[in-house]
Ligand binder design. Structure first.
Ligand SMILES: [Fe+2]
Length: 332
């Protein structure tokens, strides 16, 4: 099984980060401020050298799953887990929001060393940092806000031409130890004949921002010895009438199910998934809705944002703009 790369922060490094965040928070009041985003990468160079070196190495070597642990999250200062992402932004400017803001800022800074954090205007109102919490009324949705229904494994936005290259998370709270399930392409055991079929453009995904138009693409791509993967256990379909594609997709699904591992994040864990090498999901759990539920922050990261430049308002802008129909709206 592929090793998880991990770095445990030392006390002196935590102090260093703490000092940097105090400085940054004094200058930047909100995570979505253009000034903060333009400066994020530069500010990130003020993080401890060992942390920067770890992230740079994981990025360069394309490590599929890496973890920075030991960042302290004071549970009391956080306040209750918000009931949804809208509620999470209601306290901006309060001391509760400021405690949360530090974790958001740290996540954006570390993410800036892996690539360019970005957001979609259609998701959580374009906020760069997404709050992942169970939301009442969506328990059985195919969505990160679900709970009593399993969130089945998927590549993040497999049907989106600007899908993220990495996902970065920081765990704020997880008393029920609800895992993220992770399947790494390097752990899949597949027959060469099946691999060959999976490399053909025979697998359909409804395209995000294209009114559900289905496009056919390969599931596996990249080099033979270290393939990349883009797949979705719910929405992906084989080309109509193609028995070999249907069989290959069924075999892949079974192989991913076998390879899935539970990753239980603890408060303060910052973990990074390579969206070309890892699929992720979450088992069913019983939400409490009493302010103590699992609470993750997530940032999407691109390695090269030029492809989406026409859909962002400037080179430094980090939000891909969707129009009301859900289609990317060209702003260039
Ligand atoms: Fe996801």
């Amino acid at each position: 099984m592929t090793e998880v790369d991990r770095l445990t922060l030392m006390d002196s490094e935590i102090d260093e980060i703490d000092g940097l965040l105090t400085e940054v928070a004094a200058r930047h009041g909100a995570i979505d401020d253009t000034d903060f985003l333009l400066e994020a990468e530069k500010l990130a160079h003020g993080l401890p050298l060992r942390l920067r070196a770890f992230l740079a190495t994981c990025r360069t070597l394309e490590r599929p799953l890496f973890l920075v642990e030991g960042w302290p999250v004071g549970d009391t200062a956080l306040g209750p887990t918000p009931r949804d992402w809208q509620a999470a932004w209601q306290h901006v400017g309060s001391s509760r929001a400021n405690s949360n803001l530090r974790h958001q800022m740290l996540l954006v800074l570390v993410a800036s060393l892996v690539g360019d954090p970005f957001a979609l205007s259609s998701a959580q109102a374009g906020h760069l940092v997404n709050h992942i919490v169970p939301v009442a009324g969506t328990e059985t949705y195919v969505s990160a806000t679900s709970s009593t229904e399993e969130l089945t494994w998927h590549t993040e936005e497999a049907g989106f031409r600007f899908r993220p290259d990495h996902l970065a998370f920081v765990c704020l709270r997880n008393p029920q130890q609800v895992p993220t399930t992770i399947g790494l392409v390097g752990d899949l055991v597949l027959d060469p004949g099946i691999e060959e079929v999976l490399r053909q453009p025979l697998f359909g995904m409804p395209q995000v921002g294209a009114e559900g138009r289905v496009e056919y693409a390969p599931v596996l791509y990249g080099t033979k010895d270290r393939p990349y993967l883009s797949a979705d256990s719910v929405y992906m379909t084989p080309a109509p009438g193609d028995g070999a594609a249907a069989e290959a997709l069924a075999v892949l699904s079974a192989a991913v199910d076998t390879a899935l591992r539970p990753f239980v994040a603890r408060p303060g864990d910052m973990y990074f998934l390579d969206n070309h090498q890892a699929v992720h999901g979450r088992p069913a759990f019983l939400p409490r809705y009493d302010g103590t539920d699992r609470w993750l922050l997530r940032v999407k990261i691109g390695r090269d944002l030029r492809a989406s430049r026409a859909y962002r308002s400037g080179a430094g802008a980090r939000v891909i703009v969707f129009d009301r129909l859900g289609c990317p709206e060209s702003v260039g």
